[in-house]
Ligand binder design. Sequence first.
Ligand code: ATP
Ligand code: MG
Length: 411
Amino acid sequence: MELPENVRNIISTIEKNGCEAYAVGGCVRDTLMGKTPSDWDITTSALPMQVKSMFGRTVDTGLKHGTVTVMIGKTGYEVTTYRIDGEYKDGRHPESVEFALNLVEDLKRRDFTINAMAYNDKNGLVDEFDGRGDLERKVIRCVGNPMERFTEDALRMMRAIRFSAQLSFDIHPDTYNAINKLSDTIKQVSMERIQVELTKTLVSDNPEKVELFYSTGIFAAVLPEISRIFEGRYRQNALCMVRFTENTPVLRYAALLNSLEPEEARSLLRRLKMDNHTVDSVTAIVANSKGKIDENEPAIREALNRLGKDLMNNLLIHSEALAKAKEEITGVKLYGTHNHIVAVRKMMEGIIDRGDCFTIKDLDITGNDLIEYGMSGSQIGRTLNELLHVVMDNPKLNDKATLIAMLDHFQ
Ligand code: ATP
Ligand code: MG
């Protein structure tokens, strides 16, 4: 296994100071799978204050939990002292953190066998729980007794499903059964954390695994509206749509929630503590997905004005996914719908490429021009709006002299 130079240097610096250090967790898993890890975590026998003394630039990321971030250039590496987590009284926050005496103790507290491997050049791979075997078998399996591990920390149930979606792995039957039994305890976990796992599942290669949150009872416990989608007649539609739509949070959530009333989708996303942009975009897509945009340029300019370019583009992708889902479910080809979407998209691209006006800002006339003309107050905004609609109907009219000549008709 090839460690990046910076990681090798951090490990050898710690070793030179008489302590142990290993790359651990996700980075080892990803490397063994032939993927490039997004970040490298290091676990060490050195105490946080010792780690700080060994390196020039460090950040106290979580001293209490044993974590110091070592900065090399602009990149940070989290170096965490071997830990044993205390009892998780509320199913989430360790009551106490004790430092562990050896690496294996630290690996025992980790969630899944594939996440519980460590590596350094001196000792090679340390794999006490057959994480490598589970990587080959493509299974997510708890380290130790799943009932105990999920009772310590309920979030792990969602992590199991999320990793299975990201890695295209199955969940080991014992691990799955424990999730099934304990799903209701997900209520102890904060909505922010639930949202992170749900979003990661949706934007993975296997977004249809989101169904496991339903089948295990996790949705029923914390997001009953989504549970109802899966109970009802929109289950297959939702599962097809998340697969067929593009891979962004906005589009995947819109696909999942397509059968909800727009305001129901909005309140659900708010409860999930989703950012405003995502909440607004998903709600708008769900609200507009039942309507049809007429296949003529003025109507498309009006739609661009109402929704904006990005949302309009997303709405077309969403409509395409909806059509494909209907085709898959019914076995009937919807040529007309596809042709319509292609035609609308082509017209939209033409409008954007030509730079046709579809916002007040694009008008060849401004509020100041109207003041000069002798207008005041609310008349200005109203007139600009009327001119905009005229111009969206006929773009050739977007010329200052022409627009001023029209003003007499707007008194
Ligand atoms: P990702 O690619 O999503 O970052 P990761 O495996 O690095 O995957 P992190 O959430 O960054 O996941 O956690 C790093 C490591 O810490 C995990 O690999 C695992 O060993 C351990 N870990 C994280 N969260 C938990 C948890 N809730 N319970 C037990 N161990 C955990
Ligand atoms: Mg990570």
